[in-house]
Design a protein around this ligand. Structure first.
Ligand code: CA
Length: 244
């Protein structure tokens, strides 16, 4: 079996965003029982802070939060991460749900929902995310192209403008993970969780590997071509000239 960009984890890191203490406790209990690692917050702004710092596999987002409208919260989340988001809404409003799915939600649940329903939706979203993630199956094995970069997860080979790149395992994993999300700013915590499979760690680890990778791509932090560091936020990879 091929080990591509990363090892697939079955336990999921879940962020529950819910202001109702009763619903929140029930969700945490259920997800913890199902052997997931759960963190929870009660406001949209706290959720944004969390996803900027921790790499999650899935976010369950209540739409009726005290500080931000759900659609607004989703938009801001999507500005910093492509983590799968399941909307939990009390509003059985088809128009709103369609709008949110178009705005980047991966799935939705109408409250009150059963834990079985939640489990099924979560499993489906995680399966999809893992299938397209580095190391996943199916669509995850196609050659990834961004600008002059071509990355082949199956052969673990990468080229820049037709020239073979000599990368270490970690450099390859990092490049592959970022190249699958062109133009998306990936928070450092998410890189640690997804590429290094660590919940917490030293930012320097990432910086060191990024600088090695930069050198091999023939660029520097001061004049980046593909790899862009946004101080205090994260890293993105995009073709020279931008992804638009
Ligand atoms: Ca609520």
């Amino acid at each position: 079996m091929t080990r591509a960009c990363r090892t697939v984890q079955r336990m999921a890191h879940v962020l529950v965003v819910e202001d109702d203490q009763f619903v929140r406790s029930a969700l945490i209990r259920h997800l913890t029982d199902a052997a997931h690692a759960v963190r929870s917050v009660g406001t949209a702004l706290a959720a944004l802070r969390e996803v900027a710092q921790v790499g999650f596999d899935v976010v369950i987002l209540d739409l009726g939060l005290p500080d931000l409208d759900g659609a607004e919260a989703l938009k801001m989340l999507r500005g910093i991460t492509d983590v799968p988001v399941i909307i939990a809404t009390a509003r059985d409003d088809e128009g709103e749900i369609v709008r949110l799915l178009n705005a980047g939600a991966d799935d939705y649940l109408v409250k009150p929902f059963s834990v079985d329903h939640l489990s099924a939706r979560m499993a489906a979203v995680l399966r999809r995310a893992r299938a397209t993630a580095p190391g996943g199956d199916g669509a995850g094995e196609e050659v990834v192209r961004v600008g002059g970069l071509a990355i082949d997860p199956l052969r673990r080979a990468a080229e820049l403008d037709g020239a073979r790149l000599d990368l270490t395992r970690r450099e390859f994993d990092l490049l592959c993970f970022l190249a699958r999300r062109p133009g998306v700013v990936v928070p450092r915590r998410e890189l640690l969780a997804q590429v290094w499979q660590q919940s917490y760690g030293d930012d320097q680890t990432i910086d060191v590997h990024l600088s090695w990778l930069r050198r091999k791509l023939g660029e520097t932090a001061a004049s980046p071509r593909y790899l862009h560091t946004l101080r205090g936020v994260g890293v993105k990879l995009e073709p020279p000239g931008g992804a638009g």
